[in-house]
Write a new protein. Sequence first.
Length: 135
Amino acid sequence: MELGTKMGVMPPWFIDKHVGIEQYKDDLSLSEREIAAIADWADKGAPRGNDADMPPARVFAGKVSFDPPQTKVWEDHRDGGDSPWSAGWSTPPVPPGNKWTVRATFSDPGTYVLRALAHDGGLIDCDDLTVTVTR
């Protein structure tokens, strides 16, 4: 963890401030003091903080299931992980008319945000769809 924060990998910050521009507007990188605090915390075994200081837990409306099941968009390398990076995965066949149709089923009433993502290896597009389920 200490190495990750020093390298700017955690939290993600992929700009090397030692090459080219060295100051950025709204710079999100950790300060040396913050990096030292994380390293000290990690060196002590990453003890849990005070529960009273924690923000309230996020409440999610419920579960969403898709038919057909959707491909994972993160690099799951496990066998059978249903990801383009996992062993045994194959590209799904293109449906008739080249139109992909998916049915979403919601377990409980509430507000859900679904992200539609299309990627062909060169171009990518995504859009968020908010769905309110009342019964």
